[in-house]
Design a binder for this molecule. Sequence first.
Ligand code: IPE
Ligand code: IPE
Ligand code: MG
Length: 229
Amino acid sequence: MAKENIPTHIAIIMDGNGRWAQEKNLPRLQGHLAGVNAVRRVTEYCQEFKIKYLTLYAFSRENWDRPKEEVEGLMSLFSKVIREEINELKKNRIRVRFLGKINELPPDVKKSALWIQEQTKNLEKLNLILAFNYSGRSEIIEAANKAIEMGKKITEETFRNFLFLPDVPDPDLFIRTSGELRISNFLLYQIAYTELFFTEELWPDFNKDQFMKAIRSYQKRERRFGTIQ
Ligand code: IPE
Ligand code: IPE
Ligand code: MG
């Protein structure tokens, strides 16, 4: 794999936890638990390859419509993992940031999210961005409303300032696991020129081989941004 031309920002739809569990006759929540291990692994690979931004789609606004048991399981898993990982995150100088409506989360989950953001805010090696209670359409609509409230006409240059994380560069590489070929309301504005990579593996099985395959595929692409060479 070439050492140059490594993506600055990778965004991943971590999909397939439920099917992974179902294949093994396990409850869906076991799939999410196995998904957390894949998150740990991918965070390590990003550090190894000096990737600056990793955005992970962990919970969409539409995911609230899943059965109560699964939603509650995901919420408590999330709080638990955040609190368990703090030392490791600090040791590796990983800054955790949230993309999504934190205020709508159950109070204890919201507390954990704000706490980890605060605890890691000065760390600089890797920005780990967790899209949690996120919807790309809502992000765009909220941004438009903020601009209206300020009485501002938006342009492509100024619109970005109204998005949730204006300082984060657009993803260079998008990965979706589990064979689904769709965007599912993820980063709709930001992926205009992102390179897309889809893989059949279910998220809990995602490993270094697949990660490298995605990066190699990215490195072979010619990004033209609408121009000609
Ligand atoms: C992705 O896995 C994780 C979340 C949406 C929280 P799924 O739970 O969507 O897994 P499948 O798609 O049902 O296999
Ligand atoms: C997208 O996956 C959301 C996350 C991975 C958090 P879904 O499994 O919810 O998406 P659809 O329903 O297959 O489009
Ligand atoms: Mg899914």
